[in-house]
Design a protein around this ligand. Structure first.
Ligand code: KMH
Ligand code: ZN
Length: 274
């Protein structure tokens, strides 16, 4: 079985210091959180950025500053900027971090309700546009799917040349508006991707660690972090993203799965060093 790639989603666009005081906003806080995750065993940092007041931004210069600060502390880590950004942003606003030619970036594969009155909009033409930009820029997409239909969309657009093979999926499970994080649903998603595809699972809230266990056993990969969940265990706030990653590392050890270094993660995902 391949070694386990752990992605840390350190910040997100929605979670606030009110939810957990360790949620990072500033450049220094983002670098601190990325380092804590990297030191604990994460090889990929899924990155959103914020203004110092916590409001989400896709500003290219802010991404560059945060990425430079992370690389200073974690020179070989893979940084995967979000192109999802926050609900309501325009496509070109969202695509800005891809101008920095990161090794990876997210590519969201469908539209969904995103709690309350929000709609996270990703029309077919948007996905084609983002997919084309990522091919042009040599960026490996992490295909974020919040429901089964989004896998079908990715496969169809793949056949039409907008996404290349082998595909790498991220099953984001438990968002209010998307698929739930029940094991039955995990098995459904996992059985719906091509044999040559890889996947990581991001369980939201209480689904984070049960789904991590399922992916560890299954040979998949795992995402944890404040974007998805701020608790280490029921009612206990994590002090850092590193604590969440360390818990996955302990689970993997118990279950006999080794942890991938960033170099090993590149090899598993077919990312060429630039
Ligand atoms: N913040 C969500 C609306 C991504 O990173 O690509 C979208 C999101 C997905 O987080
Ligand atoms: Zn994200």
């Amino acid at each position: 079985m391949a070694k386990l790639i752990i992605t840390a989603a350190i910040c997100g666009a929605e979670v606030l210091k009110e939810h957990n005081p360790a949620v990072p906003y500033t450049i220094e806080e983002c670098a601190r959180e990325a380092k804590s995750a990297y030191d604990a065993g994460a090889s990929i940092i899924h990155l959103h950025v914020r203004n110092d007041d916590g409001t989400p931004t896709q500003d290219k210069n802010r991404f560059k500053d945060v990425m430079d600060a992370i690389y200073k502390l974690c020179p070989d880590v893979i940084i995967q900027p979000s192109t999802g950004g926050a609900v309501g942003m325009t496509n070109d606003e969202r695509l800005q971090p891809t101008e920095l030619i990161p090794e990876m970036a997210t590519l969201d594969c469908g539209t969904l309700n995103f709690g309350g009155d929000d709609i996270f909009e990703n029309t077919e033409n948007t996905i084609k546009y983002f997919g084309t930009k990522m091919i042009e820029r040599g960026i490996k997409p992490e295909l974020e799917v919040f429901d089964k239909s989004m896998i079908d969309m990715a496969l169809r657009l793949g056949k039409n040349g907008f996404i290349q093979n082998p595909m790498h999926f991220d099953f984001v499970m438990g968002v209010n508006g998307g698929i739930s994080g029940e094991l039955r649903d995990f098995v459904f998603l996992r059985g719906s991707i091509p044999a040559d595809a890889t996947y990581t699972v991001a369980g939201v809230g209480r689904y984070e660690f049960p789904l991590a266990a399922a992916a560890i056993i299954d040979g998949g990969h795992v995402r944890v972090g404040f974007e998805d969940n701020v608790f280490l265990s029921k009612g206990v706030l994590a002090k850092s993203n590193g604590e969440l990653v360390a818990k996955v590392v302990r689970m993997a050890k118990e279950l006999g799965r080794e942890i991938a270094s960033p170099a090993e993660a590149r090899e598993i995902l077919g990312i060429k060093v630039k």
